[in-house]
Design a protein around this ligand. Sequence first.
Ligand code: NAP
Length: 251
Amino acid sequence: MAKIKRLLILGGTGEAANLAELAVDQFAGRLDVIYSLAGRVKPVRDLKASVRIGGFGGGPGLADFIKNEGIDFLIDATHPFAAIISANAFDACQATQTPRLTLARPPWNLPPGAKLLEADDIGEAVQLLSGFAKRVLVTTGQSSLDVLADFPDIHFVVRVIEEPAGPLAGDNITLITGRPPYRLDDELALMEEHDIDALLAKQSGGEGTVAKITAAIRNRIAIVLLRRPLPEPGEAVDTVSEALLWLESRV
Ligand code: NAP
């Protein structure tokens, strides 16, 4: 009987979870699917795949996991901004000669009329905003927000998925929580409630969080998008079905 192969999916995105579910069904009896989460936020849903939670201990730790668990292939389906784990996956797969595929959703393509600005980090983004914005919706996550305190003339409405462990620095911050997917009506209502005149977000792409972009375009307010980090070299696809095809030829 042919050996059952083992797939490690680095997850934390809706696409990764969808891929895990579909791979379990499509390759039943031929493939074990292990789904890995960092453990920053509570898992969104139960999966049929085996789920493991927590860091590996850098690239070498991930390489050890691959060897010890007999992993045959790795699909890096982490968020496009999760650059450290992707670099670790690159290194670990090089070290262990493990085939690796990146699944990354395409970036949003904003229409020509959108008031779009781009920045490499939050500091640069807020500098851009400081010329005109007074009330900014920030959806870039919990890290690197200290810089907001340096711009007391702007009020920032910061949306995170889960309450941070400690308070965010600065009197000019209102913290709100929310979990994607978001609906357009709700995003429009949120922007109206907080009198938002600009949006600061990551160029994440994907359906789950695009409603804020659509709402900002409708309201004709400025959108500052953080540029994506450069992806790791190697084979890459941008849909779950393409990732399943990649697997089909290997399982
Ligand atoms: P990161 O900065 O690239 O990674 C930091 C560390 O977290 C890694 O070195 C690794 O620890 C651990 N890690 C990250 N993803 C992991 C995974 N899927 N399984 C096991 N360990 C993981 O990551 P991040 O930007 O903090 O993102 C963390 C997770 O949230 C990712 O799974 C990502 O897909 C998801 N996410 C991120 C964003 C975002 O904007 N960055 C948005 C939505 C979802 P060790 O070095 O100890 O292995």
